[in-house]
Design a protein around this ligand. Structure first.
Ligand code: SF4
Length: 200
């Protein structure tokens, strides 16, 4: 059985991705082939601001991983300083634009790094569930990194087969916290002229 390292952005998105990955719902159009994976989760989101929000989302992921059969869950570094260094020049970009493209890639790159260290066969990301994300850009990054790391990337579109709506329903049923902004400082404050926090 292939070992899959699944990058997780938040619990609501994870709740929509696990059913097709575990064959609990039809997987066609969502995944490139019939799933038969041993899954581990990697929560790595240095984009999320403030830190307490990042931790809040992590706790929800941990709760869901436990409820879904104690799926192994790994926690990535909160290197938000590096995220700001890369993202600040693109602060004016709209959501789904270049700043987001870089944000997807940064998170996927670290997932590939960890997959390599852990001897995983494949990588995927919950980022393709939300209609608010640029799915093509997520998958383009994954496909580039697949060549660089020589680890398979599953090109997914988890929002298909009604995935996004199922995730909304499931997260309500399980009383999961659903955030109302994507995650970063810029998505939190929108067009307001706010100075970035001083982060070392
Ligand atoms: S809006 Fe979301 S995807 Fe885009 S840079 Fe911010 S956190 Fe990353």
């Amino acid at each position: 059985m292939k070992r899959l390292l699944l990058h997780v952005c938040c619990a609501p998105c994870l709740s929509g991705c696990l059913p097709p990955l575990m064959k609990e719902t039809p997987w066609e159009r969502v995944l490139p082939y019939a799933p038969d994976f041993s899954i581990q989760l990697f929560y790595y989101n240095p984009n999320i601001y403030p830190e307490i929000e990042m931790e809040r989302r992590f706790l929800e992921v941990r709760k869901l991983a436990h409820l879904w059969g104690d799926i192994p869950l790994h926690w990535g570094r909160y290197n938000i300083g590096e995220w700001f260094r890369q993202s600040k020049p693109m602060r004016k970009e709209p959501e789904r634009g270049e700043r987001c493209r870089n944000c997807y890639r940064l998170r996927l790159r670290e997932t590939f790094e960890q997959a390599k260290k852990g001897g995983f066969d494949a990588v995927a990301s919950t980022l393709t569930l939300s209609p608010m994300k640029n799915t093509d850009a997520v998958n383009e990054s994954g496909e580039d990194l697949q060549k660089e790391f020589k680890i398979e990337y599953l090109t997914t579109d988890f929002k298909k087969q009604d995935g996004f709506h199922r995730s909304v329903k499931t997260s309500h049923e399980m009383a999961l916290y659903r955030q109302n902004y994507c995650g970063c400082f810029y998505s939190l404050y929108g067009d307001k002229e706010m100075d970035e926090p001083a982060i070392g």
